[in-house]
Design a protein around this ligand. Structure first.
Ligand code: UD1
Length: 430
């Protein structure tokens, strides 16, 4: 079983290059099968979720050609099935984008319902509401979501909750519907703009992505394109907090600083210095960080996917901080692991009350999900002594070469497969 072993206490210093955005890439790969021409996608992160989705796309008959580690050519002209039941697909949330893509193109799709509700119940009622509004029937049966329509027709859709997934899914299907669709109360995350830009480069007619009203005029067909995915704002934010927590000095490269504003604002508040460049951000830590308050919100608010990373950082700040999670109801599970490292955090409902401590100490802990896993790595980087993290498969879902990038910044971290490898690392580091 793979584990990370970390010896904490070394400030991160140097430069790190951020990969393409996983959550944008997942939707963009689904969009790529909406034409029978060849679509080239570049700046893909080489992470597990992306590789699972590519395999699922191949399983339904599309041709997937890996040009290199970060570039793929996809031809959906040979798709011979609209049933996506690939055994691993349930493990990735974004499998549901294949519903919108296949429904749009073939007016029919059956996709295994995403499971693994590690951070909350995560209903998909808004996706279903959107498809139905476009004229599709939707049925959940034997673990599959089945949808079909004689014809998809544009409609006026008001989203009851701001949902990234539902906004993108309805946008995908509506692209090939007849007439005009208006999505109100749409999510505004950077990757919604990226997916809309990609679809428009295939001949779609989408306006207003990035605002809360998206207007889509359906087109008859889409064509080939070459598209490069935006940088991953969450990976960037994770390295920014790792720099802050370890009192380091890190230049985070290949980012869009505008997408990082909520994160930058919090780092400034807790006492870090930030230098902003065209496509890079430098984070310079301080000896002792200040406390703060933060509530997760849809973009442009502070992202829920950056909640565990700020909690870990505030666990060693001065005074009491309050972090409120307003998007997912079960996203503080990792706090129990932090407590084993000496953090003083009380969770009441959707709020964590954090009393900063002087020092965390290394322990054997386990990653409960992707972002919490990355945050626990940050905890290991600041803790005294050795930390062992189990279940790092979650971290590999969304972070490319995480330990390699951290090591290049001076971190003492190793991925090990056995007790023997763990001992060798401990002896080497001392
Ligand atoms: C996406 C991201 C995830 C991020 C989240 C919020 C991907 C693959 N994942 O997840 O990393 O944490 O956005 O930024 O891009 N909801 C409903 N009904 C629905 C859909 C959502 O009630 O039909 C609720 C959810 O339970 C949650 C809120 O809406 O409380 C936001 O969820 P949503 O934006 O849909 O998250 P995902 O798209 O699943």
């Amino acid at each position: 079983m793979e584990q990370y072993i970390i010896k904490g206490g070394t400030p991160l210093n140097g430069e790190v290059e951020i990969s393409g955005a996983k959550n944008a890439a997942l939707a963009i790969l689904a969009a790529a099968i909406m034409t029978d021409e060849t679509v080239t996608i570049d700046n893909l992160p080489d992470v597990r979720d992306i590789n699972v989705l590519l395999k699922a796309i191949e399983e339904i008959g599309a041709v997937v050609n890996r040009v290199d580690r970060h570039c793929v050519k996809i031809n959906g002209g040979t798709i011979n099935s609209v049933v996506v039941d690939y055994e691993h697909i349930k493990k990735i949330r974004a499998s549901y984008y294949l519903l919108g893509a296949l429904l749009g193109r073939f007016k029919k799709a059956e996709v295994a319902l995403p499971g693994g509700c590690e951070i909350g119940t995560r209903p998909i009622d808004q996706h279903i509401k959107g498809f139905k509004a476009l004229g599709a029937d939707v049925l959940i049966e034997h673990g599959m979501i089945k949808t079909n329509a004689d014809e998809l027709e544009g409609n006026h859709i008001y989203m009851d909750v701001v949902s990234v997934g539902a906004t993108i899914n309805v946008m995908l299907a509506a692209t090939l519907a007849t007439g005009k669709t208006i999505i109100e109360n749409a999510a505004k995350e950077p990757h919604i703009v990226d997916v809309a830009n990609m679809l428009n480069s295939m001949g779609a007619n989408i306006k207003g992505a990035g605002t809360d009203v998206i207007r889509i005029r359906g087109v008859e067909k889409l064509h080939k394109t070459e598209y490069s995915v935006i940088p991953d704002q969450i990976e960037a934010g994770t390295f920014m907090f790792a720099a802050a927590a370890t009192n380091g000095n890190v230049l985070v490269k290949n980012v869009i600083p505008k997408h990082l504003e909520a994160i930058t604002a919090k780092l400034l508040e807790i006492g870090c210095a930030i230098e902003e460049y065209d496509d890079a951000v430098r984070v310079i830590g301080v000896e002792k960080l200040n406390n703060t308050q933060v509530k997760t919100l849809p973009y442009p608010g502070y992202p829920t996917d950056m909640q565990p990373q700020i909690v870990v950082t505030l666990a060693i700040a001065t005074g009491t901080s309050i972090v409120t999670e307003s998007i997912f109801e079960n996203r503080f599970k990792y706090v129990a692991e932090l407590a084993r490292m000496g953090a003083n955090i009380k969770v009441e409902g959707n709020t964590a009350i954090i009393d900063g401590v002087n020092q965390l100490t290394g322990a054997q802990i386990s990653a409960p999900d992707l972002r919490a896993g990355a945050a626990l790595v940050i905890a290991g980087l600041v803790a005294k002594g050795f930390t062992t993290i189990d279940d790092i498969k979650y971290i590999h879902r969304g972070y490319e070469n995480f330990e390699v990038k951290l090591r290049a910044l001076g971190a003492n971290i190793e991925k090990v497969n056995s007790e023997k490898e763990a001992m060798t690392f401990k002896l080497k580091i001392g």
